[in-house]
Design a protein around this ligand. Structure first.
Ligand code: WT7
Length: 665
C-alpha cells in the first residue's frame, strides 16, 4: 500500500470524496450465476411485503406452531410479527441441524488469542447448550427471567445466549470492556437474576480480568442470586460461597438432554443496551420470530452464505448487536460454519486476522471500517504474508466506509474480485436494512445503496418531505420490519419519543443520508449527540455525566471529532472547580488531573469511552439560553476555525478556547 492511499483514508478526505465517487463494480457473471440473491426478490417483496416475509419465516425457520397472522401494527409503534406462531430460537440454531443429519458439521472453530483452539460441531453445541440450559434452570432461572452475560469472546458466550433462549429467559449481554459501574446499572435496569461471566479472557497477549468487575457490580446491590463463572485464564478470583458456581461443575452435573421451551413469536429474546442521546443507556428489546427471520434472511442473502461449503467469520464481539445477529443467531440458524476469535488483530503480530483467514480458509469476512483502516495503516505486507484466496465475500458494518478503505478491502484483502457489501443497520433495527446484494447490485464504494427486499426507507427534509434524488436529509424507515426493536425495556415513552416523534409514523434512525442521482443511499453519520468510536456507539451526554461526577469537574462538554482510524474520537472540554484551579496553579498538576479524568471515565463507563484528549477551559460556548454549542467545540476539536459565533452569549469564549487548544498541542 502506498503512503498516498493511507493518507487518503482520512475520513475528512473520505467524506468529501464520498459523494464524488463514481466507480461502480458490477458483479462478475460467475458470481451472479451462483448467487443466493436475485433481482426478482425486490419485485416479489414490493408486490406483497407481508407475503414475502411470511415466506422467509417459513422457509428459514422451523416453527413448532405455524402462524396465521403476519404483521399486526395496530399497537404502533410496537409491531407484532407472526404473533400466533410458536418456536424456540435455540432449537432453530442448533437442534434442527443435528436432526437434519448435520451433527458433524463444524459450528464453531474457536481460536483463542494465545493460539489454543477448540472445534464445536453442531452436535457438540447441542450438548453444551442443553447442559447450560439445565444448569441455569438449576440456578433458578425460569422462562421470562433475565440473565446478564459478561463474557469474553469464547464459545461459552454463544452457548450461554442459546441456553437462555432455550428456556425463554431473555439475555442481556454486557460488553466485557464495560466497567463494573456500567455492568451494575444494566443489571439493575433489567433486574437480572443470574450473571454468567468468566475469570477473564486474553487480550493483547495477557489475561484480562472480568470476575472482579462482577463482584464490584454486585457489591453495589442487585437481586442477582448466582454467578456462573467460566474458567478461561485460570487467574485467582475471589469466591462467594453459595452465590458463585463454577461453569465446569455446573455443566458436568447437568443432563445433556433438554427440551427447548416453546415460546410465542413475540416472546422477548434479549435486551441489549445501547447509548442514546441522554446519559442513561437504553435497553433495546428484541423478540423471537421476526428477529430470527430477518437475521437468517439477511445472513443468507447479503453474504451469499452456502452453509455446506462456506467458512464465515464476523470479527464483532458478542457484546454488540453485530455479535448477536451475525455471530450467534444469523449464522447458526442458517447452519453455517464460523470462526470465533477471542483477541486483538495484532497479537502476536499484525497479521493475526490474515493468519486466521488462511488457517480456516475463511470465505466470508464481516468486519468494521475502523479495522480495515487500521490494517491499511499497518500496510499490505501483513495480508501479503498469507493466502487469502478462500475469501469470496467481504462485509463492512458500523460506520460509513470511505471509498479508499472500500477499494483497499476489495483489492488487498479480496484479491480485486470479491464483492464488498456495506451494510447499514443499528442495534434497534436488529438486522441489516440497507446493503447491496452480492451477485445482483453493481457496487458503489462508500454507499450502502439499496434497502433490502421487504424494507422501506426514505430520506426526509426538516419538514418531513421526501427529498428528491441528489439531495440529503434524515434517514427514516417508513414501514415496520420483522427484526425491529419492540421497545425500550421499561420505558415505552422513551421508545416513542426517541424514534417516532420526529416524523409522525416513521422511524427516525438518527442518521443523516443522501440519495444520489440514481437514488442510491449514502450514509453521512449521526445527526444527534451519539458518537461512533470504532463502530461503537457512545453518547456525548453519558461521557459528560461521567466527567462531572468527578469531584474536580464543574462542567463538561464532549464532542466526537473525526479520527483517521476510529472514525470519531472522544474530545472533552472541562471546566474545573475554582478551588481546584487555584490549588493546581500552585502545584502545576494539570496533566495529572487530565490522566485522572480519563481513568475516571474508564471506570464509570469503560476504557472505550476514554477521551482521546481533554482540554481544560475557563468557559464553554453557550447560547443566551444556556445551551452548550457543541458544533463550535467540534470545529475546534477537528482543527477548524470555529463557525458562526453570533448566537453566543459571550463570543470571546471561542477565542480563549482555540488559544488554549493551540497551547496544549
Ligand atoms: C449506527 C448504529 C449495526 C451494527 C453496528 C453498529 C452507524 C452502522 C453503518 C454503515 C454508515 C453505519 C449509523 C447507525 N452505522 N452501519 N454501513 N454505514 N453508518 O450498531 O451501535 O447500534 O450503531 O452505526 O450511524 O445509526 P449501533
Amino acid at each position: 500500500m502506498s503512503q498516498q492511499s493511507a493518507d487518503a483514508a482520512q475520513p475528512e478526505a473520505g467524506l468529501e470524496n464520498l459523494l464524488h465517487e463514481t466507480r461502480t463494480f458490477p458483479p462478475s457473471p460467475e458470481f451472479a450465476a451462483q448467487a443466493n440473491a436475485t433481482a426478482e426478490m425486490y419485485d416479489v417483496a414490493a408486490a406483497d411485503k407481508e407475503a414475502f416475509w411470511a415466506d422467509q419465516a417459513r422457509e428459514l425457520l422451523t416453527w413448532s406452531k405455524d402462524f396465521t397472522e403476519v404483521l399486526d401494527f395496530s399497537g404502533a409503534p410496537v409491531a407484532r410479527w407472526f404473533a400466533d406462531g410458536k418456536l424456540n430460537a435455540a432449537y432453530n440454531a442448533v437442534d434442527r441441524h443435528v436432526e437434519a443429519g448435520h451433527g458433524d458439521r463444524v459450528a464453531i472453530h474457536f481460536e483463542g488469542e494465545p493460539g489454543d483452539t477448540r472445534t464445536l460441531t453442531y452436535a457438540d453445541l447441542k450438548e453444551q447448550v442443553s447442559r447450560a440450559a439445565n444448569a441455569l434452570t438449576e440456578l433458578g432461572v425460569r422462562t421470562g427471567d433475565r440473565v446478564a452475560v459478561y463474557l469474553p469472546m469464547i464459545p461459552e458466550a454463544v452457548i450461554t445466549m442459546l441456553a437462555c433462549a432455550r428456556i425463554g429467559a431473555p439475555h442481556s449481554v454486557v460488553f466485557g470492556g464495560f466497567s463494573a459501574e456500567a455492568l451494575h446499572s444494566r443489571i439493575i435496569d433489567a433486574d437480572a437474576k443470574v450473571v454468567v461471566t468468566a475469570d477473564g479472557g486474553y487480550r493483547r497477549g495477557k489475561p484480562s480480568s472480568l470476575k472482579p468487575a462482577v463482584d464490584d457490580a454486585l457489591d453495589k446491590g442487585t437481586d442477582v442470586r448466582h454467578v456462573l463463572v467460566v474458567e478461561r485464564t485460570g487467574q485467582d478470583v475471589a469466591w462467594r460461597e453459595g452465590r458463585d458456581v463454577r461453569w465446569a461443575d455446573a455443566l458436568e452435573s447437568a443432563s445433556p438432554e433438554h427440551t427447548p421451551v416453546e415460546v410465542e413469536a413475540e416472546h422477548p429474546l434479549y435486551i441489549l443496551y445501547t447509548s442514546g442521546t441522554t446519559g442513561r443507556p437504553k435497553g433495546i428489546m428484541h423478540t423471537t420470530g421476526g428477529y430470527l427471520t430477518q437475521c437468517a434472511f439477511t445472513h443468507r442473502h447479503v453474504f451469499d452464505l452456502k452453509p455446506e461449503t462456506d467458512v464465515y467469520w464476523c470479527t464483532a464481539d458478542v457484546g454488540w448487536v453485530t455479535g448477536h445477529s451475525y455471530v450467534t443467531y444469523g449464522p447458526l440458524v442458517n447452519g453455517a460454519t464460523q470462526v470465533l476469535y477471542e483477541g486483538t488483530p495484532d497479537t502476536p503480530d499484525k497479521d493475526r486476522w490474515w493468519d486466521i483467514v488462511e488457517k480456516y480458509k475463511v470465505s466470508i469476512l464481516y468486519t468494521a471500517p475502523t479495522g480495515i483502516r487500521t490494517c491499511m495503516k499497518w500496510g499490505a505486507e501483513y495480508p501479503g504474508r498469507h493466502d487469502l484466496s478462500s475469501l469470496r465475500v467481504l462485509g463492512s458494518v458500523g460506520e460509513p466506509i470511505n471509498p479508499e478503505a472500500w477499494i483497499w478491502y476489495r483489492d488487498t484483502i479480496g484479491g480485486g474480485k470479491t464483492p464488498v457489501v456495506d451494510t447499514w443497520w443499528q442495534t434497534e433495527t436488529g438486522a441489516i436494512m440497507i446493503s447491496p446484494l452480492p451477485g445482483v447490485t453493481a457496487a458503489k464504494p462508500g454507499s450502502a445503496q439499496t434497502p433490502l427486499p421487504g424494507i422501506s426507507v426514505d430520506v426526509l427534509n426538516e419538514a418531513g418531505e421526501s427529498v428528491p434524488d441528489g439531495s440529503g436529509g434524515y434517514l427514516v424507515l417508513t414501514e415496520p420490519w420483522p427484526s425491529m426493536l419492540r421497545g425500550i425495556w421499561g420505558d415505552p415513552q422513551r421508545f416513542y419519543d426517541t424514534y417516532w416523534s420526529r416524523f409522525e409514523g416513521k422511524y427516525f434512525a438518527g442518521d443523516g443520508a443522501k440519495k444520489d442521482e440514481e437514488g442510491d443511499i449514502w450514509l453521512l453519520g449521526r445527526v444527534d449527540d451519539v458518537m461512533n468510536i470504532s463502530g461503537h456507539r457512545l453518547s456525548t451526554t453519558e461521557i459528560e455525566s461521567a466527567l462531572v461526577s468527578h469531584p474536580v469537574v464543574a462542567e463538561a462538554a464532549v464532542v466526537g471529532a473525526k479520527d483517521a482510524t476510529t472514525g470519531q474520537a472522544v474530545v472533552a472540554f472541562v471546566i474545573l472547580r475554582s478551588d481546584v484551579v487555584e490549588a493546581g496553579e500552585d502545584t502545576g498538576e494539570a496533566s495529572k488531573i487530565i490522566a485522572d479524568l480519563r481513568n475516571h471515565v474508564a471506570s464509570e463507563i469503560g476504557p472505550i469511552a476514554k477521551p482521546r484528549s481533554i482540554l481544560v477551559v475557563a468557559e464553554l460556548p453557550k447560547t443566551r439560553s444556556g445551551k452548550i454549542m457543541r458544533r463550535l467545540l467540534k470545529d475546534i476539536a477537528e482543527g477548524r476555525e470555529a463557525g458562526d459565533v453570533t448566537t453566543l452569549a459571550d463570543s470571546s469564549v471561542m477565542d480563549q478556547i482555540s488559544k488554549g487548544m493551540k497551547g496544549s498541542s
